[in-house]
Every structure is written in structure tokens, then in C-alpha cells.
Ligand binder design. Structure first.
Ligand SMILES: Cc1cc2nc3c(=O)[nH]c(=O)nc-3n(C[C@H](O)[C@H](O)[C@H](O)COP(=O)(O)OP(=O)(O)OC[C@H]3O[C@@H](n4cnc5c(N)ncnc54)[C@H](O)[C@@H]3O)c2cc1C
Length: 356
């Protein structure tokens, strides 16, 4: 059997996309990452650079003014931006999270109205599911939506919403049929200016202030930490030689690189399945793959960034160097979009389910 197709490989277009996003992230996003982290501010410089390069929401189909990037291309964009700055990678990541419910289920009128401004970079979309008392158990939410003639009245308070106050639009989950359990939850688009909609004070977060997207973010954070540590150990000398010449250090780097590549392959394989699913092809293991890549890539990011801090020694622990920020950012990828405990539950991962 001859292999005249790139089995388990990316297309030249995907590789070219990676190169251009990496160049943009190195030049326009990385220089502002520490400042955005320290000030806990929204990274406007990154936002503007992403919008100028039309990378803020590449997944939006061409029919709605977007680039129509496939799921792997979208993963590459989030990964490469996260390699430079995890907070900035939330711009394409959360725009995707907020708009996927529209792409999947909204009327043509809603899609035209809300996707075009996001594709043009004039507005962002947040995703509002969690509440103070409803995190992992999202179905325990208290937000209610009650029909009032042609409209709905929403009542409730959401918590932890990424880019809240910055985004113009919000996909808000609320219970429409309390008797139906999780199936009685519906998604609504709420505009920032809607009557009665207000924002609380921002949370003081440890770090950065759909599962595959978070895996891509985790992957980028891990790659950024690996690249930084690999460069550092070549420069830093102890006992009369570069740290990179010690076999113990080489073994650590080799383990880090293996883990990152394993996470990348799993994430891309999941993205390929999700792309096929978006095009209507059934994929029996999409749920397992999405859950597995989110869990695995975020655990890898935590391990690799912790090892990167270790390789920098004391310098790894201070904010003059980026790896401690990357370690804090890696932590959140194990928590949001379904904690890694929840992702491991068989009912979520869709495997090992016993018939009942
Ligand atoms: C920085 C940040 C940004 C966020 N952005 C958004 C956003 O944009 N939109 C949004 O809707 N939400 C967002 N969230 C909320 C996030 O998704 C939740 O924090 C997350 O789902 C966990 O919920 P919780 O914090 O209530 O923890 P809990 O559900 O209280 O969990 C606490 C611990 O118990 C474990 N646990 C819970 N249930 C089980 C179980 N059955 N078995 C085993 N272990 C269990 C969890 O894994 C965790 O370790 C964000 C959170 C943060 C911190």
C-alpha cells in the first residue's frame, strides 16, 4: 500500500498557518504577556493584533464573513497564541465557545445578526454556563428563562465568565423546563446593552484572568514552556558547563517533548473527528476523544510547565521569567470547561458505559 496522502500529518496549508501565527504571536503578543498577567487586564494589544490578522474567530464559516477554518486550523491558532500568552489565546478560544451553540442550533436570522460582527472583529462572544452553586454540576443552575409573548425574560446570576464585560454578546444557559432536568436548559443570546444585564467585580484569579479548544490552549502553554526551558539550559552554566550538557537535564527535556507531542497528536485527532462531525459524519468516539484530549493535554501542560520551572531553578520561580506564569496558566486548563475529574467520568467520556 502506497501512502500518497499525509497520513497523521498536517497539510501544507496548516503548516503555513502555524508559521504565520507563530510569527505574529512572537512579535505582537508575547511582548505584552507579562504586563497583561501582572495587571490582570484584558490583553487589548493582542486583541488588536489578532483582529488585524483576522485571527480572532477563524472558525466562523465564510457564509458569515469568517475564514471558515477547519477544526485543526482553529486548534493551531489557539495553540500558537497560547504558546506566547495563554490569556490572549482566550480571544479565539472563547469566541469559538460562545458561537458554537449558534452555529449548531440558531436560526439563520440569529446567525446573520451575531456572527458577522464577531467575524469582523467588532464584537466578542462569551459563554455563560457556570453559577456560584453550579460548576461541575451545571444542571443545578438557578437561572430561569420564562416566555413573555415573543420574548423571554431571563433571571439569574452567572459566575466566572471569561471576557465578561468585554464581550458584546453572551450565550447564556438558563432553565426553560425545570421538570426536564438537563434537557430543560436552553441557550440564549444576551447583548451587553440588554435591559437588566449587569456585571459584578472581576475575580482575582491565580492566572489567566469546547474541550478541544482548551486542549489546544494547554498544548500551546506546554510548548511555550518547553521552548523557553530548552533555550535557557543551553545558556545557563553550572559546574563549568551548560545545563543542557547534563544527562539528567536532557532526560527531563526528552520526557517533556514526548508528552507535548503525545498531547498534540491526541488533540489533532480529536479536532479531525470534530471537523467531520460538523460536516455531518457520525463519529462514535468523538465524545471520548474530546474529553481525553482536554484532560491529557491539560495534565501534560501542568507537568511540563512545572518541569520548566524546575529547569530554571530559582529563576523559574520569579516573574522576571515567563515559566511561572505558564505554570499558573496551565493550572486553569485542568479546571475550566469541565474539571479533569469530571472529564474522567465514564458517562462524560462515553466509554466503559454499562447498559442499564
Ligand atoms: C478563570 C476561570 C474562567 C472560567 N470561565 C468560564 C466561562 O467562560 N464560562 C463558564 O460558564 N464557566 C467558566 N468558568 C467556570 C468553570 O467552568 C468552573 O469553575 C468549573 O466547571 C468547576 O466548577 P466549580 O468551580 O464550581 O468547582 P466544583 O464543581 O465545586 O468542583 C470542586 C472540585 O470537586 C471535584 N468534583 C466535583 N464533582 C465531582 C464528581 N462528581 N466526582 C469527582 N470530583 C468532583 C472537581 O473536579 C473539583 O476538583 C471559569 C472558571 C475559572 C476559574
Amino acid at each position: 500500500m502506497s501512502l500518497d496522502y499525509p497520513a497523521f500529518g498536517l497539510t501544507p496549508e496548516h503548516e503555513a498557518l502555524r508559521e504565520s501565527v507563530r510569527a505574529l504571536a512572537d512579535a505582537k503578543i508575547a511582548p505584552h504577556a507579562a504586563k497583561a498577567d501582572q495587571a490582570a487586564e484584558f490583553p487589548w494589544e493582542s486583541h488588536d493584533a489578532l483582529v488585524r490578522a483576522e485571527l480572532q474567530a477563524v472558525h466562523i464559516p465564510e457564509a458569515y464573513g469568517g475564514a471558515g477554518a477547519d477544526a485543526i486550523a482553529t486548534v493551531i491558532v489557539v495553540e500558537e497564541v497560547a504558546r506566547a500568552c495563554a490569556s490572549s489565546s482566550l480571544i479565539p478560544a472563547v469566541n469559538k465557545l460562545g458561537t458554537v451553540p449558534l452555529l449548531l442550533a440558531a436560526s439563520e436570522e440569529l446567525k446573520q445578526r451575531y456572527l458577522l460582527p464577531v467575524a469582523r472583529g467588532e464584537a466578542m462572544f462569551s459563554y455563560a454556563l457556570s453559577e456560584a452553586g453550579a460548576g461541575s454540576d451545571a444542571a443545578a443552575m438557578k437561572a430561569r428563562a420564562v416566555r413573555d409573548g415573543d420574548t423571554f425574560i431571563l433571571n439569574g446570576t452567572k459566575r466566572w465568565i471569561t471576557n465578561a464585560g468585554i464581550s458584546e454578546y453572551y450565550t447564556v444557559m438558563a432553565v426553560t423546563d425545570p421538570a426536564a432536568g438537563p434537557a430543560g436548559i436552553s441557550a440564549f443570546v444576551v447583548e451587553k446593552g440588554d435591559a437588566g444585564f449587569s456585571f459584578g467585580a472581576p475575580e482575582h484569579k491565580l492566572g489567566i484572568k469546547g474541550w478541544i479548544t482548551i486542549a489546544a490552549q494547554a498544548l500551546g502553554i506546554a510548548q511555550g514552556a518547553l521552548d523557553y526551558a530548552a533555550g535557557y539550559v543551553k545558556e545557563r552554566r553550572q559546574f563549568g558547563q551548560a545545563l543542557a550538557e547534563f544527562q539528567g537535564v536532557q532526560f527531563m527535556l526528552a520526557d517533556m517533548a514526548m508528552k507535548v507531542e503525545a498531547a498534540r497528536q491526541l488533540t489533532y485527532a480529536a479536532a479531525a473527528r470534530s471537523e467531520r462531525a460538523m460536516q455531518g459524519e457520525a463519529s462514535a468516539d468523538l465524545t471520548f476523544m474530546s474529553s481525553a484530549c482536554k484532560c491529557f493535554a491539560s495534565d501534560v501542560a501542568m507537568e511540563v510547565t512545572t518541569d520548566a520551572v524546575q529547569l530554571l531553578g530559582g529563576y523559574g520561580y520569579v516573574s522576571d521569567y515567563p515559566v511561572e506564569r505558564m505554570m499558573r496558566d496551565a493550572k486553569i486548563t485542568q479546571i475550566y470547561e469541565g474539571t479533569n475529574q469530571i472529564q474522567r467520568m465514564p458517562v462524560i467520556s462515553g466509554r466503559f458505559r454499562t447498559p442499564c
